[in-house]
Design a protein around this ligand. Structure first.
Ligand SMILES: Nc1nc2c(c(=O)[nH]1)N[C@H]1C(S)=C(S)[C@@H](COP(=O)(O)O)O[C@H]1N2
Ligand SMILES: [Mo]
Length: 427
């Protein structure tokens, strides 16, 4: 009787006999789901940390999502220890995001018949559930696409990348939590239904469908297997492993850097003290020889007065050294470089604010969202935080920020401002 009320079933993928792979079923979906349960949790946490690392609570200068409201509930002063913290969290975020692409694709393949469920909504509850799946699938595609565009095509979506990826992550994770709540019991049941060791021993000839159930995944009219479950897992794993090998070197560094074929930044920068990755060259952002020539001055503003320095005068101050990497939000990082110059803490004291709560750093670069940032009190106080004048024993090169740049331990690369012209210390 109820059947008679169903709208007529459209042809093609909506017909039960259309999807015929014998390996599609709850077990394969559950294995891929388990990997994503862990992987996406790590992506979400490292993503939240990446946002926190900008110290957006310091103010609009640092904050790409000023309308975040309660979504910023967890923000805290980003630490400077360990000094490789951002290199690790962002390296994991970007590398894992790339590595999970084959798993996401395999997972979507494994559940594709569900996209063509008929009727589209059996009940209001079913309609709500399917809507949450729309947000889940749309969300995962959106987050992976925006993330990969940002790391590979270098800000094709300038400025708006951060809010898109940030708000998208919250929408996606909400749908993800609902999905896990609704499906985890079924996932564990499916995982227990067969032993991994046995699946890995089964070749294509012996691969048979899972028993029919109400999951909507098991083919009603399966064809003979052309690939075993072992083969499907191996294919997915090989895809992920290949991506790992051609990506991870950009953040692990050392000799591995040469293996990072997918990395958009120099795998093999020039030799010499300034021979490490450049994000944007001076020419690329319109910093001219005149801007950073003999007429360049640094202005240090305190509450009462402003001090102006030529580079020689900065060189006459006590010089301190620190070995620190540049770690970019795009996932690549340099090996530790040996920087030297005056300490930010000394400059703060000179400005009359030894306990400065923040400093506004402004580049001589005209415009551009990276030309102004705020650093927090804990970053100013760290003795390794420098206004670097030298790197690896030589003057900074123009592309690395000559005459002077910021370098702060565990700071996201983008907040290590190059070509500094003004420092304004505040309480
Ligand atoms: N003034 C200015 N400073 C800047 C940038 C910039 O475009 N302009 N890029 C930032 C980014 S995103 C990174 S990752 C680092 C890169 O430093 P490097 O080019 O010396 O490796 O510089 C940061 N400092
Ligand atoms: Mo960066």
């Amino acid at each position: 009787m109820t059947l008679a009320k169903d709208p007529p079933r459209p042809p093609g993928p909506f017909r039960p006999g259309f999807w015929r792979s014998p390996i599609r079923g709850p077990w394969l979906t559950a294995v891929l789901g388990l990997v994503l349960l862990f992987g996406i949790t790590v992506l979400f946490v490292t993503g939240l940390l990446s946002y926190a690392a900008y110290n957006p609570w310091l103010g609009a200068v640092n904050d790409k999502t000023p309308d975040k409201g309660i979504l910023g509930f967890y923000l805290f002063a980003w630490p400077t220890d360990p000094y490789w913290l951002y290199r690790l969290t962002q390296g994991v975020h970007v590398t894992l995001g790339v590595v999970l692409v084959p798993v996401v694709l395999a997972k979507l393949w494994s559940v594709i018949p569900k996209l063509f469920e008929w009727p589209p909504a059996r009940s209001p509850a079913h309609a709500v559930e399917r809507l949450s799946l729309l947000l889940l699938v749309g969300g995962v595609i959106f987050e992976f696409t925006t993330g990969i565009l940002n790391i590979q095509l270098h800000y094709v979506i300038p400025g708006s990348f951060y809010p898109l990826h940030f708000y998208g992550a919250w929408v996606f994770i909400a749908a993800f939590v609902v999905h896990v709540a609704l499906r985890s019991a079924r996932m564990w049941r499916a995982l227990r239904s067969r032993r991994l060791a046995e699946v890995l021993r089964t070749d294509t000839a012996h691969t048979v469908p899972e028993p029919p159930d109400d999951s909507g995944l098991v083919a009603a009219a399966p064809r003979a297997a052309t690939m075993s479950r072992r083969g499907a897992l191996a294919l997915t794993g090989a895809g992920s492993l290949t991506l790992l090998v051609v990506t991870a070197g950009q953040s692990i560094g050392g000799p591995w850097r040469r293996t990072a074929l997918l990395a958009p930044h120099d795998r093999d920068p020039a030799d010499g003290p300034n021979g490490f990755q450049v994000n944007k060259t001076a020419a690329a952002v319109g910093v001219t020889a005149e801007d950073i020539g003999p007429a360049w001055r640094l202005n240090v503003h305190g509450p009462a007065s402003t001090f102006t320095f030529a580079r020689d005068q900065l060189l006459a101050m006590p010089q301190w050294a620190a070995a620190l990497p540049i770690a970019c939000v795009e996932g690549w990082s340099t090996d530790d470089q040996h920087w030297s110059g005056p300490r930010l803490a000394d400059l703060a004291a000179l400005a009359g604010l030894p306990d400065a709560g923040s400093v506004l750093v402004e580049s001589v670069q005209r415009g551009g969202s990276f030309s102004r940032v705020l650093l927090a009190g804990n970053q100013i106080r760290d003795p390794r935080s420098l206004l670097a004048l030298h790197v690896n024993g030589a003057d900074l090169s123009p592309d690395h920020g000559y005459p002077a740049r910021i370098i702060v331990p565990a700071n996201p690369g983008v907040n290590n401002t190059k070509w500094v012209g003004n420092l304004t210390f505040r309480t």
